[in-house]
Write a protein that binds this ligand. Sequence first.
Ligand SMILES: Cc1cc2nc3c(=O)[nH]c(=O)nc-3n(C[C@H](O)[C@H](O)[C@H](O)COP(=O)(O)O)c2cc1C
Length: 463
Amino acid sequence: MELAGKKILLGVSGGIAVYKSCELLRLLQKKGATVRVCMTDAATEFVAPLTFASLSKCPVYLKSGAVEARPFQHIDFPRWADLYLVVPATANVIGKFACGIADDPVSLCFMSCTCPRVIAPAMNVAMYNSPAVKRNLEILRGFEDTVVLESPAGELACGEVGRGRLMEPAEIVAYLETRDNEGECLPLATVSAGCTKVGEPAEPSATPSSGGHPRNAPEPPAVPVAADVAPTQDATLPGHGKKVVLTAGRTEEAIDPVRYISNRSSGKTAVALASVFYANGFEVEVVAGPMEAAFPGGVKVTRVQSAREMHDAVMSRLESADAVVHCAAVADYRPAHAADEKIKDSRSQLVLELVPNPNILRDCTAARASRTADAAGDARRQVIVGFALETDHFEEHAAEKLEKSGADALLLNAPVASDSGFGRDSVRFALVEKGKPVPPLAMGEKVDLAETILNFCLERLNA
Ligand SMILES: Cc1cc2nc3c(=O)[nH]c(=O)nc-3n(C[C@H](O)[C@H](O)[C@H](O)COP(=O)(O)O)c2cc1C
């Protein structure tokens, strides 16, 4: 979603993270959005409404009506808005939203608004894991036009560690920018590798193409991407001054001008990775094959179609990268010959000869090794992480692939379980590190996976 020109109502409820809503308000304004604020009484105990009124240049809607309350603010404010954001959302207001209670400005606006709603919960880990909050969040996820953002794990304001943190304001903004213009919210990520299938685009184009494609092959579909902005300059962020190159989406290997071999990757894992790295101060450059999910603004995206194009694009970006994360579902094989003309339907048996594609991960680690050798060990430290989708003998296969690849770690994932897979929010994964035993696969969510890789990269880069 292009945030410039959008009218955003910010609902603030009473948690310790209220101060972060001020930062969020400023970031939204910097993107060109107009923001109005409503607050619960408890929220005003943490940050004075005057702060929000001054920042938003508009009276805040309060229960007590302390700042220029008008009689129909509970209708006017939500009707005015293109989007209602509740940041932070306390356990208390989440319960009210779920149960239809509307006795304060934030819950009243939630009930009376007709625009899409995005809720960012923030609370202590015990509250977050309580059956009531879990149930209420589940109810909200089922509401039309309502999205519940992740509450990442980490150190909480109370000193405890666990889930329940407020998603960082920059990450919320990055996430909003992945919404399409109709307001539909794209989930940050699921899994990104899959089985091979033969596809046929509905409307083949006659535009000539190059780089391993037959004449008349369709141009790569546009990777959705929000407007480019400069990488964050916040020097306090751990990734400040560092660059990550990510591969994303799937590849399409031409059979003829209208048919190709590909897989089911949606690119959503890469979007989660891009968002998390970007929110932590990294410059993010993505080499993306065809995919549906959109990247947040600020992320530089180069479009490719085939595995060979992806290979070349990645290899030419290696030198400047501090970290390289190979998330794309690259086809292992391509047709030996792509026909120049559409293959005619003769209803007789057709045999496709397949040849192996270049191994992008291995070529990256080989390039790193030769750079290190050339520079007599003085080469800049570069972290390389691959992905491995396995369906059986996880430990053996992952350990073998890691050894052969020369990568520092492999994100082993298993999307075949009944509760994890394509298009789902949860995935079974484990980060397999060089020289360490393969940890057991654990169920986690999209953002957990991205944060696991981020933390590994930061650890290695700062070692
Ligand atoms: C110092 C302090 C911090 C709090 N932080 C949170 C929090 O992060 N999340 C939460 O759900 N409740 C938190 N609470 C409890 C809420 O303030 C309390 O449930 C309040 O009734 C919420 O009101 P509201 O939902 O109308 O804003 C905190 C309370 C205190 C005293």
